[in-house]
Design a protein around this ligand. Structure first.
Ligand code: HEM
Length: 130
């Protein structure tokens, strides 16, 4: 019986497992390994991001959507990348946790992914919605 995500330590477990898997993934690995120079820094940003999304904690002050629009200008983000991202996320979450927060973090990831994809695609039309 898996337990639920209860706090930042659990988010650290999840984020570490996810990006450990991403780095080795044939679809996503090349993108992340190309762009990210400092993995410790990226992981710390992601702990803060999820801590704010899931628990309303302060700590993430970035522009997550704009970052991905910029990434897309370097490496074109395709449907296969989004599909793979959410597939790995869903698999990692359900391998480690179960409960309301585990469900919530899946829903939040899906919503964020749709927002990123919408704005990335829209930005290709020459416009950018901040
Ligand atoms: C196709 C799917 C995705 C790809 C290829 C991707 C790739 C990346 C890469 C390479 C970075 C590092 C950027 C840098 O350091 O310059 C990054 C940062 C980030 N990603 Fe993604 N990502 C994807 C989807 C998502 C999703 C679905 C979420 C949220 C649920 C997300 C949240 C973030 C956040 C919060 C950051 C940190 C931005 C910052 O520095 O403030 N990403 N992503």
């Amino acid at each position: 019986m898996l337990r639920d995500i209860e706090g930042k330590d659990d988010l650290i477990t999840l984020v570490d497992a996810f990006y450990g898997r991403v780095q080795q993934d044939e679809v996503l690995g090349p993108i992340f390994n190309n762009i990210i120079q400092d993995w410790d820094k990226h992981l710390n940003i992601m702990y803060g991001f999820w801590n704010s999304v899931l628990f309303g904690a302060e700590g993430y002050k970035g522009q997550a959507v704009a970052k991905h629009v910029a990434i897309d200008q370097r490496v074109r983000l395709e449907q296969q990348h989004y599909d793979r991202w959410i597939e790995l996320w869903a698999a990692l979450v359900s391998a480690h946790f179960s409960g309301p927060n585990a469900e919530l973090i899946q829903t939040k990831a899906q919503a964020m992914l749709q927002l990123i994809q919408f704005k990335v695609d829209y930005s290709r039309s020459g416009k950018f919605l901040a």
